[in-house]
Structure formats: C-alpha cells, structure tokens
Design a protein around this ligand. Structure first.
Ligand code: ADP
Ligand code: MG
Length: 256
C-alpha cells in the first residue's frame, strides 16, 4: 500500500438540512499518515462531515481536497476509487456472506471488470482473483480475523463484526480511512484490540485516518491532532492534551 503523500484539506464546508445548519463553515487539515480525531457532543455534525468527505452528502458550500484533487461534487464511488474508505457508525454488513466474501466485496472497487465473473473466463483474471484472495487473507490476519474467514460475518460477536467492517475498508487499499465510532459498543478487551489495530494501520500501512470517537481514552491514545465540533462549528483544535484542557471544550461537553 502506498502511504498517502497528500493532505486532506477541508475548507469552509457548510451543510444545511431544512432550517438546520449541520456544518457551518467547517475547516481542518489532516496531515499525511496521521490520525486526526473529530470529536464533539451528539448532533455536533461529525457523521455529516463523514457524509461530505465520502460524497454521500453534497455541501451547500466549501471544498474537500485530497492533495490536488477536489472531491466535492464527486459521487461516492468516484471518491472511493480515489482512495477514501469509510466505516459506519452502525454496522452495514451483508447479512449472509462469509468474512472472506465480505472482504472480497471490499476489493470490488479496485477492479476494472467484475472480477467474480471475469475469474471464470480469463487465465489472467483467475490470477487476479487469486491475488485478491491472498490480500484478503493478509488483511484478515492484520486485524486478527484469519481464523474467522469462513464464518458468516453477520453471526460473529459484535467486536469481530466491527473488525470485519474495518478490514473491508482496508481491502479497498485506501489512502484515507474514515472511522465512525470504531469502538462504540465494544467490551474493554475489544476496545484495546481495535485501538491496537488502528494504531497498526497508521504505523505499518501509513494510511491517514479521520477518527470520530466518543471514547476519550482511545482518542488520547491514537490521535495526533483533534478538531472539536459543536453545532457544526470548530470550537477547538490541537493535540489531545491541548483540547482536553480547553475551557470551550469542557463547556460544550457539559452543555452550558
Ligand atoms: P453527530 O454525528 O456529531 O452526532 P450528525 O452529523 O449526525 O451529528 O448530525 C448533525 C445535525 O444534523 C443534527 O442536528 C442532526 O439531527 C442533523 N441531521 C443529520 N442528518 C440529517 C438529515 N439527513 N436530515 C435532517 N437533519 C439531519
Ligand atoms: Mg454520528
């Protein structure tokens, strides 16, 4: 995997829903190969920001650039093909597929032809399909799911389902990974394990990460920089230590 040589630059992004301003001129920059956390109270606009970054939501104004590429206005599949992968706050896994098939689907965005059908026809396509299966095994091992490849993903314990979703995003060989509450609902043990996997994604794969997470312990451990949102606006930015001691952040969380 090529590390992201390019910064993500978000500038002046505004999103309105019928009378409500969900994002209000939001801007932040994610340096290549870093973990940038986006935190804030419920309804602050974090998921909306991810929807903008992944092309699901088109902002009324503002820009999102990955290196020289302008992403705003592109459809989600084009943004995915440019190297932006995401996981969802609520699990979105196909109900009956095995972990292996779920991860192979994650590689679908990489292929020019539909590789499932093509694999039956051309020898080169068969080799390509074999390479995909090999990479799926590597990524499953990376997140610690190598023993679960043959299991139905939807029937695994919650923590392993969340890891399957993370692995599926990694299968797209992203430059930028958007993680929406990756440890929410996990046991303490699953949290530790998932945080270690995320740290590994940054260190060994060199992938930039935008992390939305309520667990401040995980944010403190993983984030290089933190942007704090409240009512769609940036109210603080800095290292985890800096923002944690920022009075505006404390006020926002206490709802004063
Ligand atoms: P967060 O992820 O930080 O909890 P969201 O981005 O989900 O916040 O929501 C920000 C605000 O926008 C909230 O007030 C929410 O109710 C509103 N909102 C989000 N999505 C929609 C939508 N599709 N239609 C209308 N309002 C929305
Ligand atoms: Mg959210």
């Amino acid at each position: 995997t090529a590390p992201a040589a390019e910064p993500l630059e978000v500038g002046g992004v505004t999103v309105r829903f019928a009378g409500l301003t969900a994002l209000d001129g939001l801007g932040f920059t994610v340096a290549p190969g870093t973990v940038h956390a986006l935190i804030g109270p419920n309804g602050a606009g974090k998921s909306t920001c991810f929807n903008v970054l992944s092309g699901v939501c088109r902002p009324a104004s503002g820009s999102v650039r990955l290196g020289e590429r302008e992403l705003t206005g592109l459809p989600p599949h084009r943004i995915a093909a440019l190297g932006v992968a995401r996981t969802f706050q609520n699990l979105a896994l196909p109900p009956r597929a095995t972990v292996a098939d779920t991860l192979l689907l994650g590689r679908h965005a990489l292929t020019r032809t539909g590789f499932v059908a093509a694999g039956l026809r051309r020898p080169s396509a068969a080799r390509e399909a074999a390479r995909h299966r090999e990479r799926v095994r590597e990524i499953a091992a990376f997140v610690g799911l190598d023993k679960q490849l043959g299991a139905v993903a939807g029937s695994l314990p919650y923590g392993q389902r969340k890891l399957t979703e993370l692995a599926r995003a990694l299968c797209m060989e992203p430059k930028l990974l958007l993680l929406d509450e990756p440890v929410a609902g996990m046991t303490a043990d699953e949290r530790r394990r998932t945080a270690a996997v995320i740290a590994g994604v940054r260190e060994s794969l060199g992938i930039s990460i935008v992390l939305v997470e309520h667990d401040m312990g995980v944010v403190m451990r993983l984030a290089d920089a933190v942007t704090v949102l409240d009512f769609g606006r940036r109210i603080a930015e800095g290292t985890p230590d800096q923002v944690q001691n920022d009075p505006a952040v404390v006020r926002a969380y206490l709802g004063e």
